[in-house]
Design a protein around this ligand. Structure first.
Ligand SMILES: [Zn+2]
Length: 424
């Protein structure tokens, strides 16, 4: 198993990653473009592009923006609406795993940025059945969220005849460098299936359970080629036009709109994924059980590339968080109605043999693990630290525990009476 000489990313990353002859990964190489690109020019290109969609005759909305109440969502909506003057329609696919802070942040986004909003909630029993299927078939408990959140905004745009969807950034650009920023890759049916959904489309689920029919999968079924051709919906990524720096961007959103942050079980990043109980916990734990890496590796790689941490500091964080079994797992098992033994029996067949071995007693152990790599020597690949920066924790309006129950729908306002802040 190879690990990037610069950012520690593993070669078995689920999104394709390649290493050059100095042992540096494609994610790091594409990241270097951030320091050599003319971002002013790219941003004005974005402005020109967006202005083509502004105030179209006969349409109230200029574009759709997919949101779930994350800090990145605040940044994109603020940019599109307040900087470039478009009128966006916000669209949310309900994860079913909403946290209290996530509900508040989504409400804050809609009210402080004063946008219209559509929400799509699939029936809980269907979601549970789909989750059981995808856990067994792909070793994935989060497929419905990835598929639903990539599909609903496109369905909305197609149905309401809104020809533009503005996405934030995508992992295959910002994390693994599958494409250059200069390629200006857009969201298409093919990109969605191959990169966002790891090759598994809704069709792959049909026939797997009597309880899940084609009709039940409507929320995950992309519009047909014919529909897309008629509507000419285009999906662009802001990350191709702006020097994408999530941490700095979200810090601005905390200042500007009061975005709330929260500590997490499996990473030190308190800004991302906090809208969902599972994104950075159970879903990420499953990723670790399969591939031996997790979100903390994504966050460390990014911080090293942005010259915020050394490899040694990053490695210490990976050691601290990577193997943590999240408390949120108990809530998930309870929600799905399976035991922990059943859960491991579903996940174990999907473990990558390149990083996981099994002893005579059947216990799994990590081999060639990132955890065992050390010490690090100074090399020409090291970038140094010029912008050290810690993630902030803002005060929460209400206490949040990883073992709290999921919220399907929440009270979406944020005054002091909310969330039992005062009795009333
Ligand atoms: Zn790298």
């Amino acid at each position: 198993m190879k690990y990037c000489e610069r950012c520690l990313y593993p070669e078995n990353h689920a999104l394709n990653i390649i290493f050059d002859k100095s042992g540096v990964c494609s994610g790091c190489r594409v990241h270097e473009e951030k320091y050599t690109s003319n971002w002013e020019k790219k941003e004005s290109e974005l402005g020109d592009l967006l202005s083509q969609y502004k105030g179209r005759p006969g349409s109230h909305y200029d574009c759709v923006i997919p949101v779930s109440g994350t800090g990145d969502d605040f940044f994109v909506v603020d940019l599109v609406k307040n900087k470039f003057g478009l009128n966006p329609l916000l669209a949310t696919y309900n994860t079913h795993f909403n946290t209290k802070v996530g509900i508040r942040n989504l409400a804050r986004l809609i009210s402080k940025l004063d946008c219209d909003h559509l929400n799509s909630t699939v029936g809980p029993e269907t979601i549970k059945e789909i989750t059981k299927i995808t856990l067994r078939k792909f070793g994935d408990m989060y497929w419905h969220v990835l598929a639903g959140s990539q599909t609903f905004p496109v369905q909305v745009a197609t149905k309401l005849d809104i020809p533009l969807i503005v996405w934030g950034v995508n992992g295959w650009l910002d994390q693994v460098g599958m494409f250059s920023h200069h390629d200006r890759v857009e969201m298409t049916k093919k990109v969605r299936k191959e990169h966002a959904m790891r090759g598994f489309d809704a069709e792959a689920l049909i026939g797997e359970s009597e309880k899940v029919t084609k009709k039940d999968l409507q929320a995950f079924t992309y519009p047909s080629d014919a529909q897309l051709e008629t509507s000419r919906v285009r999906g662009l990524y802001v990350g191709n036009y702006i020097f994408w720096d999530s941490q700095k961007q979200i810090e601005n959103m905390i200042e500007k709109f009061g975005y709330e942050t929260n500590a997490q079980e499996r990473t030190y990043n308190s800004y991302e994924s906090i809208h969902c109980f599972n994104n950075a916990s159970v879903h990420d734990y499953v990723k670790y059980l399969k591939f031996g890496y997790g979100k903390v590796c994504d966050h460390v790689a990014r911080d090293i590339r942005l010259k915020r941490r050394t490899k040694e500091q990053g490695h210490a964080l990976i050691k601290k968080y990577l193997t943590v079994k999240p408390k949120a797992l108990a809530t998930f098992l309870d929600w799905l109605g399976i035991s922990e033994t059943e859960f491991f029996a579903l996940v174990n067949p999907h473990r990558d043999q390149a990083v996981w071995g099994q002893d005579d007693q059947g216990n799994w152990y990590l081999k060639n693990s990132i955890l065992d790599i050390q010490p690090f020597s100074e090399s020409e690949n090291d970038l140094g630290v010029t912008d050290p920066r810690e993630y902030k924790i803002t005060p929460l309006l209400e206490i949040e525990r990883p073992t709290d129950e999921y919220i399907l729908m929440g009270r979406t306002y944020m005054d002091e009476r909310n969330f039992k802040a005062v009795e009333g």
